[in-house]
Design a protein around this ligand. Structure first.
Ligand SMILES: *[C@@H]1O[C@H](CO)[C@@H](O)[C@H](O)[C@H]1NC(C)=O
Ligand SMILES: *[C@@H]1O[C@H](CO)[C@@H](O)[C@H](O)[C@H]1NC(C)=O
Ligand SMILES: *[C@@H]1O[C@H](CO)[C@@H](O)[C@H](O)[C@H]1NC(C)=O
Length: 356
């Protein structure tokens, strides 16, 4: 039988329960690494790569025998359990003395305030995409030159407002605009965190054959930074993927996992959790009767407690039916800054119960 968590209905019926719900909710959000319940204002579309990674974690192919490690990102071969995509928040730089061959100059800025201090940054990859097909026929020589600089100093007094001192990171020529460029910015992103100073990057695109396209380049540009971090608090080393579906056996009152489907819509989280819409969380319920058998996954202490209980039922309670094995799930959501995040959360599904 399926139990539905109808928290919304309960909220309406009982004011006190509503207060309890709020307290519990804020504690849970905190343990999920969020300041408050996110309410995305201008959520960006979910990058296809994150969808792909989410699906791979949630519905692993039968062929993939290797258990998914909660703290390893296979797609990039780096440690990590949180994958964020930061949208670029930098502005365009309008220069006072425009050089005709510079199509665009833009500051790139990614706000890392969502990263917690304890998280270790293991990878950062910049993606620059142009949402427009190429104007330039191939074979005409490289018409565009892309340069990426790390901004290292703010404007000094007397200099023009947008002057930065900058270090060249990459220089690349390209023919086609519809291309997507990926740059490994792991070292740069680490330095932003380590120094506590993140002045962002400067992107410059120039073309010796500047034309109409050049002047409109800014409207085709889409930049984001994919960042992988490891929050060790939420890692318990590699563990097996949850045993896919729990089917309760028989109707008995003995301690065992019961089926509980939690719908994120029912608890009012549907506008910030992108996927899944809900999941099979389960819970433990049942008696821990005398004599405690091995199947009940008891501790020596629980067996002893059961013995004492059988002698003194009033003074000593029976052991409790509690989760003894839990497994993780992956959640795709918008955080408090509207970044798209794919995160692996430990201990979200009850797999086994025991008398403890
Ligand atoms: C980064 O985001 C935080 C939280 O949303 C905000 O308080 C802060 O002002 C932002 N920093 C910049 C430089 O935009
Ligand atoms: C990215 O750069 C870091 C540091 O320079 C390096 O360790 C890592 O292997 C690079 N990753 C890829 C995918 O090239
Ligand atoms: C106790 O653990 C075993 C495997 O270790 C499991 O098969 C069994 O279902 C567990 N018992 C309960 C009550 O969950």
């Amino acid at each position: 039988m399926w139990l539905l968590l109808l928290a919304a209905g309960l909220l309406g019926a009982l004011g006190v329960a509503g207060q309890d719900f709020k307290v519990q909710e804020s504690l849970l959000l905190k343990s999920l690494g969020l300041r408050a319940k996110p309410s995305p204002r201008a959520p960006a579309p979910v990058p296809p790569l994150l969808w792909k990674m989410f699906r791979r974690r949630t519905f692993p192919l039968a062929a993939e025998k290797k258990p998914a490690d909660a703290c390893w990102v296979d797609e990039f071969s780096v440690p990590g359990n949180i994958i964020r995509v930061f949208p670029d928040q930098g502005g365009f730089i309008h220069r006072e003395e425009p050089e005709s061959w510079v199509c665009l100059q833009k500051r790139l800025y990614f706000n890392f305030s969502a990263l917690e201090d304890a998280e270790e940054l293991t990878m950062a990859q910049l993606q620059i995409r142009f949402s427009h097909s190429s104007y330039q026929a191939p074979g005409l020589g490289p018409p565009f030159e892309l340069s990426l600089y790390k901004a290292s100093q703010m404007a000094l007094r007397g200099m023009s407002t947008h002057a930065y001192s900058r270090n060249l990171l990459v220089e690349q020529s390209f023919l086609h605009l519809h291309k997507s460029f990926l740059f490994n910015l792991t070292e740069v992103a680490k330095s932003w965190r380590d120094s506590g100073r993140n002045l962002g990057l400067i992107l410059e695109i120039a073309s010796p054959r500047a034309g109409v396209l050049c002047s409109r380049l800014d409207s085709f540009l889409d930049v984001s930074l994919l960042v992988i971090t490891l929050a060790p608090k939420h890692c318990k080393g590699g563990r097996a993927k949850r045993s896919s579906h729990y089917v309760p056996a028989g109707v008995s009152n003995i301690c065992k996992p019961r089926r509980l489907y939690v719908s994120f819509g029912d608890i009012g989280w549907e506008n910030w959790i992108i996927a899944p819409q809900g999941y099979l969380a389960n819970y433990c319920l049942g008696e821990c009767p005398f004599p405690l058998t091995e199947e009940l996954n008891s501790t020596n202490h629980a067996i002893l407690q059961t013995m004492v209980h059988s002698l003194d039922p009033e003074g000593t309670p029976q052991p409790c039916c509690v989760p003894v094995r839990l497994s993780p799930i992956s959640i795709l959501y918008y955080d408090n800054d509207d970044n798209v995040v794919l995160r692996h959360y430990e201990d979200m599904v009850v797999d086994e119960c025991g008398c403890r």
